[in-house]
Design a protein around this ligand. Structure first.
Ligand SMILES: Nc1ncnc2c1ncn2[C@@H]1O[C@H](COP(=O)(O)OP(=O)(O)OP(=O)(O)O)[C@@H](O)[C@H]1O
Ligand SMILES: Cc1cn([C@H]2C[C@H](O)[C@@H](COP(=O)(O)O)O2)c(=O)[nH]c1=O
Length: 744
């Protein structure tokens, strides 16, 4: 039952705070899950049916695959054709290259300044640790900058600052040869650079959705993530290796040492990005929040508002919860990986294999995820991905062989990659521009903190816990702290994933697994059309001359007699458009079965939208002479069209609206056709069908009633009309008044 969200502002684009995009109706059709499209069957023409083993079929499948592949590339081309995004992508590439190069070069640079191996390790490690610190200090306010100030200016200034700070690191060797001072300055500069990056990233992330159409956001994120975590780290490592090899061979002065050159180059990448952003991507300055900047509240208020928004918006709360849960799981996997490798009786190589699998999985999830799940709701995909990653962590805790561990690690990566992509896309696409920077900053900061804490905590716990044994007298149990931690982390992750799914679900009432299965096969279930109903929907069904019109009239009279608001209607032909369709169907030339099915569905769609739903919404009792079951029985069983397809067509036409009660007047068609004839109106196109046709129709009605007996009342229509009317009225009375839980 759809409930409208209370009024009040929300930053979710186009939605109110807790209003889902659509809800299951509770009146959906029994044959299909709500909105489920059926398998579309080809017309039965055996001679041209596919032989699954034939060469032609294989060729066609390959061609279809190639076509899909081309579509992926075409999608990339389409996005890169957008000038602003193309330029931003170049900026992102350069900036990420600078970041990775900076990380490697600064750490190597610091280690190069000292001699003994212990000091080298400490210098290397402290530079890395210093990179994580700014998240704690500046992370929380970084988003306010992205939302408050012109994003183009923020990005350009940040890049200029990064350029300057990076430059100072190698230049410091020209000023002093005191290695403690040089390493100290490298650490300070790194801290400053990271702090500045904390402002740059939310500004950039928040700007992307304003530069491209929403439908392309996911592909844009795929490109960004592949560039940041795939292309540029490899390019940075190669570049550094190249510089070290090339310059290592010649006698270079200290200022031109390979790491120094890498740092100069790195500084220049930021100068280039500053210029490109400021002069080349003016579009970043636009966007909705630009208009609101003048009347912004104070910095502190904006900061508090950001947190409030996250706390009270189910989507963002679910996203934050899920992303943190996923990263906590990832942190535990990383923190315990060395020990876990030993559990599997492996050494460093096992550790590296698992590490590589995690990243291969991550990349596969990001690159292949969207194609795999097709049109599945992105909110659902996000929650499911977390459950997949966390579930794989649980299995990792139970795996006893390296091969199993490799497979589960791959799944952890795939799940995490898909969660990362869907989470980023949802944040970009569904959070309003005004709040986007802050939401992104919270996630950016939170994941770093969660990652640091869980890595540190889990490695400490595993190190301290070792392999305790429990002596039960008759048996001694050897426990593993590593495995226990993995199991706990996995279970908590699954809980976080399910919680996220619940918080954000945009298809309540639609079964999650059936939806996933449908999506994997290219046919996701659509959410039922929301409808607010206080009334009662009663439908009479049955063959020709069963007495439907008579009973509709008697029921309406009885209900009106007790003061009820009753709307009597019928299919086909209750509306003006419906009357024209009825003439085409029953009085016109013969129609192809599919055309006939479509016309009945068209009449139904208009009827439901303009007559039935409005009446139900105002609380009336709607009594209809025929509805969807007639299509299933006549076009499905009678015309032998695939019933699933006909059901889907009707479910689509009605938006899933289902009667509260269907009264089936069951009658032998030979009796009913005589009764119908006795009315002296002449037989219409359907009535003129063979007895066998009408028998198929009768048994189809009975089958439908048997499949969902709670919603049907089957009455023997040979009984006299008043008796039939009493039975019907008794049942309707039991449904009145409309139970409280059906009210909106
Ligand atoms: N229980 C009954 N016993 C005998 N005759 C009946 C009974 N109910 C209705 N009739 C008569 O049968 C004829 C057909 O009834 P009615 O028009 O109500 O059927 P229907 O199901 O609406 O038919 P159709 O689907 O063809 O429109 C009418 O002449 C009606 O008076
Ligand atoms: C709704 C619906 C109806 N039909 C057929 C059944 C009857 O033969 C006519 C309607 O005539 P009636 O006198 O109003 O009962 O149409 C069908 O084939 N499919 C349908 O969906």
């Amino acid at each position: 039952m759809q409930r409208r969200a209370p009024g009040g502002g929300s930053a979710i684009a186009g939605r109110t705070d807790d209003e889902p995009a659509g809800e299951g109706t509770g009146r959906d059709w029994p044959h299909l899950a709500p909105g489920e499209p059926p398998e579309i069957q080809p017309e039965i023409q055996p001679e041209i049916r596919d032989d699954p083993d034939s060469e032609a079929t294989t060729r066609r499948i390959r061609q279809a695959d190639d076509q899909d592949h081309l579509n992926g590339i075409a999608e990339l081309k389409t996005i890169l054709r957008i000038r602003a995004f193309r330029r931003l992508w170049v900026v992102l590439g350069l900036s990420a290259l600078g970041d990775w190069l900076g990380l490697l070069a600064t750490a190597t640079f610091a280690a190069d300044q000292v001699d003994d191996s212990l000091a080298k390790g400490a210098a290397f490690g402290s530079v890395i640790a210093v990179r994580l610190l700014p998240a704690l200090v500046f992370g929380a306010i970084a988003g306010v900058f992205a939302d408050r100030f012109d994003r183009r200016l923020t990005m350009a200034v940040c890049d200029l600052l990064r350029f300057a700070f990076f430059l100072t690191i190698p230049l410091s060797t020209l000023v002093t040869d005191n290695s403690a001072l040089i390493v100290g300055w490298a650490a300070i500069a790194t801290f400053a650079i990271e702090s500045v990056s904390m402002m740059w990233t939310p500004a950039k992330e928040a700007a992307v959705p304003n530069l491209i159409p929403r439908a392309r956001l996911e592909t844009a994120n795929q490109i960004s993530l592949a560039t940041t975590y795939g292309l540029t780290p490899v390019a940075a490592a190669l570049l550094l290796a190249l510089l070290t090899t090339a310059l290592g061979r010649v006698d270079t002065p200290g200022w031109a040492a390979p790491t120094n050159i890498a740092l100069y180059f790195n500084a220049l990448t930021f100068l280039a990005t500053a210029c490109t952003v400021y002069f080349g991507i003016k579009e970043i300055s636009g966007g909705p929040s630009a208009q609101h900047r003048e009347r912004r509240p104070g910095l502190l208020k904006e900061f508090v508002d950001g947190w409030r928004f996250i706390g009270r918006t189910p989507l963002v709360r679910g996203l934050v919860l899920g992303i943190f849960g996923a990263f906590a799981g990832g942190g535990v996997v990383i923190g315990t990986a060395q020990f876990y490798a030993r559990e599997l009786y492996g050494g460093d190589s096992t550790f590296f294999i698992l590490f590589a699998m995690l990243f291969i999985g991550l990349a596969s999830g990001i690159v292949g995820g969207p194609r795999l799940i097709g049109a599945l709701s992105r909110r659902r995909w996000f929650g499911m991905s977390i459950v997949l990653a966390a579930g794989a962590v649980v299995f990792l805790g139970l795996a006893w062989h390296l091969v199993l561990a490799v497979v589960f690690t791959l799944f952890v990566g795939v799940g995490a990659g898909m969660a990362f992509l869907s989470g980023t896309t949802l944040l970009g696409g569904e959070v309003d521009d005004e709040m986007r920077g802050r939401a992104i900053a919270v996630v950016q900061t939170g994941v770093r903190v969660v990652l640091m804490l869980t890595i540190a905590l889990s490695s400490t716990l595993v190190g301290a816990g070792g392999r305790p044994t429990i002596d039960l007298g008759f048996v001694t149990l050897h426990l593993s702290t590593t495995r226990i931690l993995l199991l706990v982390a996995g279970v908590l992750g699954v809980i976080a994933g399910i919680a996220a799914l619940r918080q954000m679900d945009d298809k309540p009432g639609v079964p999650v697994l059936a939806d996933l299965w449908g999506s994997l096969r290219g046919r996701p279930l659509s959410a039922g059309e929301p409808h607010a109903t206080r009334g009662l929907f009663v439908v009479f069904e049955g063959g020709e001359g069963a007495g439907k019109s008579t009973q509709v009239r008697l029921l309406a009279e009885a209900l009106r007699g007790s003061g009820r608001d009753v709307v009597v209607t019928r299919e086909p032909g209750a509306t003006e458009a419906g009357a024209q369709i009825r003439r085409m169907l029953l009085d016109g030339d013969a129609l192809a079965p599919r055309a006939e099915a479509l016309l009945y569905a068209a009449d139904r769609a208009h009827h439901v939208a303009t007559v039935v739903r409005p009446a139900l919404a105002r609380g009336a009792i709607v009594v209809s002479d025929r509805y969807v079951d007639s299509s299933l029985a006549y076009q499905g069983a009678g015309r032998t069209l695939p019933v699933g397809e006909v059901a889907w067509l009707s479910a689509w036409a009605t938006g899933g609206l289902k009667p509260d009660l269907t009264v089936l007047l069951d009658l032998d068609p030979s009796v009913g056709l005589v009764r119908a004839e006795s009315r002296g109106r002449g037989a219409d196109r359907l009535e003129s069908e063979s007895l066998a046709f009408h028998e198929r129709v009768r048994f189809a009605f009975l089958d439908l009633a048997a499949a969902d007996s709670a919603r049907y009342l089957v009455v023997d229509a040979e009984r006299d009309p008043e008796r039939v009317a009493d039975v019907v009225l008794d049942r309707i009375r039991s449904l009145l008044p409309v139970p409280e839980e059906n009210r909106v």
